[in-house]
Ligand binder design. Structure first.
Ligand SMILES: Nc1nc2c(ncn2[C@@H]2O[C@H](COP(=O)(O)OP(=O)(O)O)[C@@H](O)[C@H]2O)c(=O)[nH]1
Ligand SMILES: [Mg+2]
Length: 356
């Protein structure tokens, strides 16, 4: 398992032996490049006396775009590590979220939504999905109440033949309940919760199928209980105070991307990438410089807006997010650059971490 992790770590490996740094609190310090995961293949740090009974494993969260995978991981970990928006394909990377209990460690992987790739960026995203399937002790397939089939027959066969334990989580069941914003007619069209659970049970006979509402946090205690019961006995893979495998600057870029997904429409969010050029933490402030790349000249004007009004809104919204996340004042500077057709360009994709 650890070997596989090394392979996916195309990010700079600056290891912090102490493993300090907990995302979402003010305990972050040090270099923005520090990867807070222990990816060096060494045995886990300080095995405790309970290690013969300690459970630990890798749980990969998969599913088509927009079913609520990132919302689910954030809820399960208890921190907003993955950005979530109403638009499909928000998540482009594999993002680990680590949940530590006294007797267990669950290493979740949130993944990009499964699709048939149309351009090289999406091929890179699907490699992240494949990597998380290969590494998993437990697979969580998230489906939502709108979904009735799985789009990728090859992946479906792979999931069905995997030796990993599997949970199918039927998400967004809040939409089927009385008082949900959907019309009664639409709710009847989707089918009842029981019908949908039975459908997915027939599709994946070996799996546990559970109803949840990731947004409302409903059904998640049962999921956690099931996961802990399925985890193999193993010492922790990561230090017990560690929350993710990604460095601070990854989250800064993601928060900017989240604002762009929220504030722009059509192709613009999908054609945009964010790269953090510098991330300097001082005593009382973090200074962050980001480049926003777009794929065509015309998109640059859209991102900036009339007299810079649109980019200003993006900056304010993102800075607020970052201040909340890092629990510190943030000074954010952005520049918009054109990188023609970057989604098809291997050099750019390598630079942005989608290809190794
Ligand atoms: N009604 C409802 N919406 C949800 C639920 N979980 C997620 N969503 C929404 O579904 C959209 C996609 O969520 P996201 O987590 O980004 O999906 P992903 O693409 O699978 O990672 C967002 O607008 C979420 O707020 C849920 O349990 N109920
Ligand atoms: Mg997502």
């Amino acid at each position: 398992m650890v070997v596989a992790l090394i392979a996916l770590a195309s990010i700079t490996l600056v290891l912090d032996a102490a493993g300090v740094g907990v995302v979402g609190t003010s305990r972050w310090h040090g270099s923005s490049n520090r990867v807070v995961a222990r990816l060096d293949g060494l045995p886990p740090l300080s095995p405790g006396p309970q290690d013969t009974t300690h459970r630990a494993g890798f749980v990969s969260i998969l599913g088509v775009p927009n079913v609520g995978k990132s919302t689910l991981m954030n809820q399960l970990v208890g921190e907003k590590l993955s950005i979530t928006t109403a638009k499909a394909q928000t998540t482009r990377h594999r993002i680990m979220g680590i949940l530590n209990g006294a007797e267990y460690q669950i290493v979740y992987s949130d993944t990009p939504g499964v699709l048939l790739p149309h351009y090289k960026l999406q091929e890179g995203m699907m490699r992240f999905v494949q990597g998380s399937i290969n590494d998993a002790d437990i697979l969580i397939l998230v489906v939502d109440v709108y979904q009735t089939e799985f789009p990728d027959p090859k992946l479906l066969r792979q999931l069905k033949s995997s030796s990993a334990a599997m949970l199918v989580l039927l998400n967004k069941v809040d939409l089927l309940m009385d008082g949900s914003p959907l019309t009664l007619q639409k709710r009847e069209l989707l089918g009842t919760e029981e019908e949908l659970l039975a459908h997915w049970g027939r599709e994946f006979p070996g799996a546990s199928v559970l109803p949840i509402s990731a947004r409302q946090g409903k059904g998640l205690d049962g999921v956690l209980e099931r996961l802990v019961a399925l985890l193999p006995c193993h010492p922790p893979f990561f230090p017990k105070d560690q929350l993710t495998d990604k460095p601070e600057k990854f989250f800064a870029a993601e928060m900017l991307r989240e604002s762009i997904f929220e504030l722009y429409s059509q192709e613009v969010p999908y054609s945009t990438e964010v790269a953090v050029q510098s991330f300097k933490e001082q005593d009382d402030i973090i200074r962050i410089h980001c480049d926003i790349y777009v794929a065509q000249e015309s998109q640059k004007g859209i991102i900036i807006g009339s007299k810079g009004s649109a980019i200003k809104r993006v900056g304010i919204r993102s800075r607020k997010r970052m201040e909340e996340f890092f629990q510190k004042k943030v000074h954010l500077e952005t520049r918009v650059k054109v990188r023609k057709a970057w989604r098809e360009d291997e050099t750019s994709l390598r630079e942005f971490g989608y290809l190794s």
